[in-house]
Design a protein around this ligand. Structure first.
Ligand code: PGA
Length: 264
């Protein structure tokens, strides 16, 4: 396996502290005796980061608790100051956050985040040594109009403008077709593989073949326990970003388990 698959639970605006505790304890007990060849990440809402960090810390003496890493769902592109409602990268560091999801289609569509803002956030995250999970993906209208590749090219080129090769190696890309997010309609494994291969070729154009071969590209959009294996078996798919099916510990565990086995 050249690239270690990464499975991330994106809880979106779900789960306060007590639900975070229940889920995480349950997940830890399930993975206790397992040794999955992958990274496991949980991205709770900001207000549950503290509880998640505490539970993982307390479980750290347990066998595999170290395998779970913490992600935030967003960060500010600014350091500090008069930005009401925003959370800085240094604040995230206090909760042992390693990853930060940036450019999710809900941030783009509902909160007006542009490629330039996402680019600024990626840079800010890297300044604090956080690893961005950089989301890209086309809408159904864009795909049907034949614009899949041009949309992905713009998102990748503008989102990564000015990012060094060294920082690029710390970035995970998540390809999430917008029409597959939360809809129950997943991309076919062929559609997903084609898009992933194209994104990898873009990274190769920008950073060279060696970097492109090392970058992990997750698939996201209605990943479930029953489709994870087929998607993860595709050569350019290196894990998943999971929303709805990651709200239950058993279902997230099943995706990690079958998905990581299929990735090998
Ligand atoms: P979904 O969400 O798994 O519910 O489709 C994925 C995402 O938005 O990251």
């Amino acid at each position: 396996m050249i690239r270690k698959p990464i499975f991330a639970a994106n809880w979106k605006m779900n789960k306060g502290a007590s639900e975070t505790e229940d889920f995480t304890k349950s997940l830890i007990s399930k993975i206790q005796s397992e040794n999955f060849p992958c990274e496991i990440v949980i991205a709770p809402p900001f207000t549950s980061l503290s509880k998640l960090a505490e539970i993982l810390h307390n479980a750290a003496s347990g066998q595999n608790a170290h395998a779970i890493q913490i992600a935030a769902q967003n960060c500010s592109q600014f350091d500090s100051g008069a930005y009401t409602g925003e959370i800085s990268v240094m604040m995230l560091r206090e909760f042992f956050v390693h990853y930060v999801i940036l450019g999710h289609s809900e941030r783009r569509a509902i909160f007006g985040e542009t490629d330039a803002m996402i680019n600024a956030k990626i840079k800010k995250a890297r300044e604090a040594n956080l690893k961005p999970i950089f989301c890209i993906g086309e809408t159904l209208a864009e795909r049907e109009a034949g614009n899949l590749e041009s949309v992905l090219r713009t998102q990748v080129t503008d989102g990564l403008a000015g990012i060094s090769e060294k920082d690029m190696l710390e970035i995970v890309i998540a390809y999430e077709p917008v029409w597959a997010i939360g809809t129950g309609v997943t991309a076919t494994s062929q559609q997903a593989q084609d898009a992933h291969q194209f994104v990898r070729s873009l990274i190769s154009e920008l950073y060279g073949k060696d970097v492109a071969g090392k970058i992990r590209i997750q698939y996201g959009g209605s990943v479930k326990p029953n489709n994870a294996a087929e998607l993860m078996a595709c050569p350019d798919i290196d894990g998943a970003l999971i929303g709805g099916a990651a709200l239950e510990a058993q279902s997230f565990f099943d995706i990690v388990s079958t998905g990581s086995a299929a990735s090998v």
